[in-house]
Design a binder for this molecule. Structure first.
Ligand code: ATP
Length: 288
């Protein structure tokens, strides 16, 4: 007997860094949505109180370093749960890619254990709890489209953006989120039009969304990681309506309306990029 949860990847439609706070965190503002590329998690009830992680992906830790483990431990301690759980993670989201795979697993764990342990915690409370595990976890608990503020934990839900195809390509060279933020010159940023993006989403204006894709972290990543720029150029040449790096990278995504064009971009990237995916934009919660 087990229950399962899907943990979809997120992409950033905008990512802005406003200022550095006194607590040394950056105050950020970003519009995020989900795509149909998801990890699948299974939760098996254990009568003894242990938390076990099972994953065949060698990049995914199977101990307390796993964000799903940390989410389970937090929930168990905070709500004094005696039972335990074995969490099987079928990893489909590329790891350390800027797609919030770990955060989405943590969020799916909060939702899944809320059901498995019959805790009946409202989703808004799960999101607050999730922010203790990581700043993207709150967004992933809702799993929809949202404006995230603060460190990423203040969530204002938005409607789903207009339907389209998303081509994702992950360059081989990784990036360190911490070093990207450290290298950021806050007085030299060209800020995204976050309000305009929200309006375009509210009006279901696909071209408006495309026109406003922007991520201030690209200013650091593009010069350091030429593959990111190469992939962006290739996607544009092959007909993407708009392209952007997601999160702190290095994954690049392109938006298109026709599936045939998405496939054309996919084929044009296959030669020099190992990890390429064509998926639908989700944008609304698939939570069970
Ligand atoms: P974000 O977009 O939130 O910055 P990311 O997509 O760049 O995240 P993740 O895939 O979440 O990065 O992985 C970052 C690191 O977290 C990995 O190197 C891995 O060691 C660790 N990690 C912990 N738990 C998980 C998990 N469940 N899945 C993937 N990575 C995990």
């Amino acid at each position: 007997m087990y229950i399962s949860e899907k943990a979809p990847a997120k992409i950033n439609l905008t990512l802005d860094v406003l200022y550095k706070r006194e607590d040394q965190y950056h105050e950020i503002e970003m519009v995020m949505t989900t795509v149909d590329l998801a990890d699948r998690l299974e939760f098996y009830l254990l009568e003894e109180g242990t938390i076990e992680i099972v994953s065949e992906n060698r990049f995914v830790p199977n101990d307390q370093r796993n964000l799903a483990y940390r989410a389970a431990k937090l929930l168990k301690d905070r709500y004094q749960v005696n039972k335990g759980v074995r969490i099987k993670i079928d990893k489909l989201i590329p790891v350390a890619a800027g797609l919030a795979g770990g955060s989405s697993d943590a969020a799916a764990t909060l939702r899944g254990l809320n059901r498995l342990w019959d805790l009946r915690i409202p989703v808004s409370e799960l999101a607050v709890l999730g922010s203790e595990v990581g700043s993207d976890v709150s967004f992933c608990v809702y799993n929809s489209t949202a404006l995230a503020k603060g460190r990423g934990e203040k969530i204002i839900e938005l409607p789903a953006p207009p339907q389209c195809w998303v081509v994702l390509a992950k360059p081989t060279q990784g990036v360190s989120t911490q070093s990207v933020y450290q290298s950021l010159q806050l007085d030299q940023l060209d800020h995204p039009d976050t309000e305009g993006m929200i309006q375009a989403i509210n009006q279901s204006n696909y071209q408006g969304v495309c026109d406003r894709l922007k991520n201030v972290l690209e200013i650091v990543t593009l010069p350091k990681n030429p593959e990111v720029e190469q992939i962006k150029q290739q996607m544009k040449r092959s007909g993407a309506d708009a392209v952007l790096m997601s999160g702190s990278g290095p994954t690049v995504f392109g938006l298109v309306q026709q599936q045939s064009r998405a496939n054309r971009i996919y084929n044009s990237l296959r030669g020099f990029c190992e990890e390429v995916y064509v998926v639908r934009l989700l944008g609304t919660s698939t939570n069970t």
